[in-house]
Design a protein around this ligand. Structure first.
Ligand code: DC
Length: 227
């Protein structure tokens, strides 16, 4: 019996472009599963730090990731991430992880593992997958590709609000510097840099509310499926 191919909505963009909230809500609206791939790179970074692996040691980090069992559940409002049965959902959002994840995510051996894990995780249901290389590398044949952008000021504001909710106070200028630095590392790395796929729809969200972003993506997806 021929199995029906699942539908895939790929959402990429820089840090703070509203990807996570948007992807989660688009998934909810369409009844799709949501997959936050950044959480997986954060989980590998947590694993490396937890095991005291030198962060410049690509081989040992990749080997530790290969041996680990990752679970991710984004059905509720917060993504739950487990490594070898241990819940690290809160730990992966700490600043120490944010500061080190770009280097871990730059390693081709780590990316290779994560890409195959992401394809497995997305194989059984219709999904909204969010990250940096989803439309270009992980799912180049996704049903629809969205590339979210927003001014660096708007992105910094959003990150500040998110952190404030968690009780973390950080200055606007410091956060802006962090974002610019992370953008630079994510875009300039040799292996699968952050870049808009040629056939992606670019959506500048600087002036958009979350509802407007979500509606724009849902409409674009539905329009393609009617066409
Ligand atoms: O979206 P986020 O901030 O949780 O992502 C964490 C880091 O992981 C980010 O610096 C870039 C990296 N990442 C990646 O390289 N590829 C992805 N598909 C998702 C995230």
């Amino acid at each position: 019996m021929e199995t029906k191919r699942t539908r895939i909505i790929a959402i990429d963009g820089p840090a703070g472009s509203g990807k996570s909230t948007t992807a989660r809500l688009v998934a909810r609206k369409l009844g799709f599963t949501y997959l936050d791939t950044g959480a997986l790179y954060r989980a590998v970074t947590w694993l490396a730090l937890h095991k005291n692996i030198d962060l410049s040691d690509e081989d040992t980090i990749a080997e530790a990731a290969r041996q680990a069992h990752f679970e991710i559940d984004s059905a509720t409002d917060k993504t739950r991430v487990m490594v070898d049965g241990r819940d690290i959902s809160e730990a992966i959002r700490m600043q120490e992880i944010s500061n080190n994840v770009s280097v871990v995510a730059s390693y081709p051996k780590v990316r290779q593992l994560m890409v195959s894990l992401q394809r497995k995780l997305a194989a059984h249901a219709d999904v909204v997958v969010e990250g940096r290389d989803i439309g270009t590398v992980v799912f180049p044949d996704a049903d629809i590709k969205i590339f979210l952008t927003a001014s660096v000021e708007a992105r910094t504001q959003r990150r500040m609000a998110e952190l404030r909710e968690k009780g973390v106070e950080i200055s606007f200028e410091e956060l802006k510097r962090d974002l610019i630095e992370r953008d630079r590392k994510d875009s300039e790395r040799a292996s699968s840099p952050l870049r808009k796929a040629d056939d992606a729809i670019e959506l500048d969200t600087t002036e958009l509310s979350i509802e407007q972003q979500v509606d724009a993506i849902v409409e674009a997806f539905q329009a393609q499926h009617v066409a």
